[in-house]
Every structure is written in structure tokens, then in C-alpha cells.
Design a protein around this ligand. Structure first.
Ligand code: SAM
Ligand code: DTB
Ligand code: SF4
Length: 365
């Protein structure tokens, strides 16, 4: 059963209860809805890296922060196919393709992404995309190509979101999620902890996610990976206890969702990750790289699975495989829309400071 009326107070009470009680409650919910010994494995693929116009304070791919990221053009379909085959042979059931875009623009590059979706679905793997904001027409075209999931994170509470990003609003994110919901594509939406938010913000994010009806089919919980050059570079890493509490609370308020242990796993011990799985995490991102930052080696992950008696979930365990309609049979055409996504303004001091610092460092060289 899904409850869509969780309050912040109820969620904080769950989050703050004694750890043993929290673990017991979360593990009990987990066992009702899921096989506790199965974990879904997704492989991330950065199909278009760096050079993003947005100012997300956590992100190494935002052009304005001048991190060490090497930007790349959109990958070719054949490169993506080769990577997907590699992921499949290493036990992954899903490929998640990420692009450093604010939003999708109709045109050649989007057509290329649609072809990537068709190609991976034909390999009998689940395909996920995270391409920034999309319109209803673009969501329908992705669905028609055979997309299984669309990832678009709320990232934090509505209040704290404004502290981290000023180039788009929370309502834009919600609108994209609602566009995805108009199709058969499943929704993947979660957030990041460790950005300086307080517990109320974490609870606020879970209120926002759990009130979506239906709730997202998957919820990634990322621990901030602080990257030099970004405004959040000096942020202290979150402790494993916070991660365990966040995973457990997410599991309790969204019993049916796949809770994904996402960025930040390189800092977690095997014991710490095992606790997260016990607390209800049942998905991970695998591969030695996330989008631009390191992730544990696949062999290490598989050893951990063996040690814990976990098995990777087969593709389409939760929902059947979508059909792929080829480009020449397509019912939808590009509309070339130019939606008015909001631009609340550049008022965040530490983001502006990071931009200035980057500029100064550049002129010194
Ligand atoms: N550009 C698209 C967008 O923002 O929707 C898709 C790619 S974006 C990199 C996907 C997600 O990665 C973000 O929403 C954020 O949750 C996560 N992310 C980015 N940088 C991160 C970092 N340094 N640590 C943890 N998570 C991060
Ligand atoms: C998500 O929630 N986490 C993934 C995926 N969705 C796209 C991305 C994590 C990125 C971490 C920073 C990086 O590697 O650039
Ligand atoms: Fe761009 Fe996405 Fe990074 Fe924000 S999170 S800067 S939108 S790539």
C-alpha cells in the first residue's frame, strides 16, 4: 500500500527513532514488498559530459565552476551499444544514460538519443535516461522508443533547493516528472544528502516524493561527492549512519519503490553498505565511474554480493519490457517547442563566489 499523506513530523519521528528500531521497522516493510536478497544493478553512462549551463551547486559538470572535467560531445550509438553489452555481461540489468543538459531540445541529438534507447531495449536491458527537463511530447517519443525509466531528481526540499540551484525552479522538476507520468515510462526520482541541508529538508524531500501519486518506481539516494571547484567542495562527507537512516526512512514511506544506494559508495565500508541493504536499499549504480566521479569496481561489488548472498535482479522483474517502435513507424513528430522553464535568478552567494574564484584561478594561469 502507498500512503501519499506523510507529514514532515511523522517522517522526522521515523528518521530519529533509535537505530535498532528504525532498522527493524524498515527491514520488516522491505520483506513484505520485495525479495530481500535481490538487488537491481544499473550501469551509468555519461553520453554527453560537461559544459552544462545550469548552476547546480553540487555538480562538476556545470560549465561555470571550472572543475577538471573534460567535456565531450554526444556519444555515438555504436559506442553506447558496446558499453551496454559490457554492462550486460557484468550482471547489470539497466543502463542509465546521463546528459549534462538543462533540458532536451528537439533536433539531431535527441534523435540520436532515441536511437540509443531503441538499441539498448533491443538488447533486452532496461533503459533509463536522465537528460534534464522534458516536455510531454519528448516523454512520449522516449516511451515509444522503448524507454523503461526516466531519472529526474528533486534533490532536496523545495526550500533548500533554492540554496543550491538558481537557474531553474522546483516546479520545473515536478512538471517534468508529471510529463513522464503521462506515459508508461517509470519514474526515477530522489536526491542528495550532505549538501548542508537540515533534517527537516531531508524529511521535506521525502514528503514531496512520497506524495506523488503513484510514488516513483525508483528513488536514488546520493551522498554528496564534494568536487573541487564547485560551491559545495568544502562540504563534509555524510556519515554512514545518516545514509542508513535516510535509506531506512525512504523504504518505510515508499514501501514499493526500488531504493537505490547511489553516489558516495566509494566512502562506504562493506559493512556500511550491508546495513543499507538490510535497511531496504535494493538497487545500486555499478561500474567504476558514476558520471564523472569514481564508483567501486564491479568485481568488488560482485564479491560483496557473494559475501552477503545477494543476487542481481533480472531485467523486467518489476514491469514488463516496453515495445520499441522504429523511427520510420513513429506516431509522434518533433514539435520544436520552446517551453518557458523558470529562471528564478542568480542570487546564491556561494555559487557566485565559486564562479568568481574559478575565473580568478583561470586568469592566473
Ligand atoms: N542534467 C540532468 C539533470 O540534472 O537532471 C541529468 C544529469 S545530473 C548529473 C543527475 C543527478 O546527479 C543530479 O540530479 C544529482 O542528484 C546527481 N549528482 C550530480 N552531481 C552530484 C554529486 N557531486 N554528488 C552526488 N550526486 C550528484
Ligand atoms: C542519480 O541520482 N545519481 C546518478 C544518476 N542519478 C544520474 C548520478 C550521480 C552523479 C555523481 C557525480 C558524478 O559522477 O558526476
Ligand atoms: Fe547540469 Fe544536471 Fe549537473 Fe545540474 S546536475 S549542472 S543540470 S548536468
Amino acid at each position: 500500500m502507498q500512503r501519499h499523506d506523510w507529514t514532515k513530523e511523522e517522517i522526522l519521528e521515523i528518521y530519529n527513532q533509535p537505530l535498532m528500531d528504525l532498522l527493524y521497522q524498515a527491514a520488516s516493510v522491505h520483506r513484505v514488498e520485495h525479495n530481500p536478497n535481490q538487488v537491481q544493478v544499473s550501469t551509468l553512462l555519461s553520453i554527453k559530459t560537461g559544459g552544462c549551463p545550469e548552476d547546480c551547486g553540487y555538480c562538476p559538470q556545470a560549465a561555470r565552476y571550472h572543475t577538471d572535467i573534460e567535456g565531450n560531445d554526444l556519444m555515438s550509438v555504436s559506442q553506447v551499444k558496446a558499453q551496454a553489452l559490457r554492462a550486460k555481461s557484468s550482471g547489470s540489468s539497466r543502463v542509465c544514460m546521463g546528459a549534462a543538459w538543462r533540458n532536451v531540445k528537439d533536433g539531431e541529438e535527441f534523435e540520436q538519443v532515441l536511437e540509443m534507447v531503441r538499441t539498448i531495449n533491443k538488447l533486452d536491458m532496461e533503459v533509463c535516461c536522465t537528460l534534464g527537463m522534458i516536455t510531454e511530447n519528448q516523454a512520449k517519443r522516449l516511451a515509444e522508443a522503448g524507454l523503461y525509466a526516466y531519472n529526474h531528481n528533486l534533490d532536496s526540499s523545495e526550500e533548500y533547493y533554492k540554496e543550491v540551484i538558481s537557474t531553474r525552479g522546483y516546479e520545473d522538476r515536478l512538471e517534468t516528472l508529471s510529463n513522464v507520468r503521462k506515459t508508461n515510462v517509470t519514474v526515477c526520482s530522489g536526491g542528495i544528502i550532505g549538501m548542508g541541508e537540515n533534517l527537516e529538508d531531508r524529511a521535506g524531500m521525502l514528503v514531496a516524493l512520497s506524495s506523488l501519486n503513484p510514488q516513483p518506481e525508483s528513488v536514488p539516494i546520493n551522498a554528496l561527492v564534494p568536487v573541487e571547484g564547485t560551491p559545495l567542495a568544502e562540504q563534509e562527507r555524510v556519515s554512514i549512519w545518516e545514509m542508513v537512516r535516510m535509506v531506512a526512512t525512504t523504504r518505510i514511506v515508499m514501501p514499493q519503490t526500488q531504493v537505490r544506494l547511489s553516489a558516495g559508495r566509494t566512502d562506504m565500508s562493506r559493512e556500511g553498505q550491508a546495513l543499507c541493504f538490510f535497511a531496504g536499499a535494493n538497487s545500486i549504480f555499478a561500474g567504476d565511474k558514476l558520471l564523472t566521479t569514481p564508483n567501486p569496481d564491479v568485481n568488488e561489488d560482485m564479491e560483496l554480493f557473494k559475501l552477503l548472498g545477494l543476487e542481481p535482479m533480472k531485467p523486467f522483474t518489476k514491469k514488463s519490457q516496453p515495445k520499441t517502435v522504429d523511427a520510420d513507424q513513429s506516431e509522434y513528430k518533433p514539435l520544436g517547442e520552446k517551453p518557458k522553464w523558470t529562471r528564478p535568478g542568480h542570487t546564491i552567494d556561494r555559487n557566485l563566489e565559486a564562479k568568481e574564484k574559478a575565473k580568478a584561478a583561470k586568469t592566473k594561469v
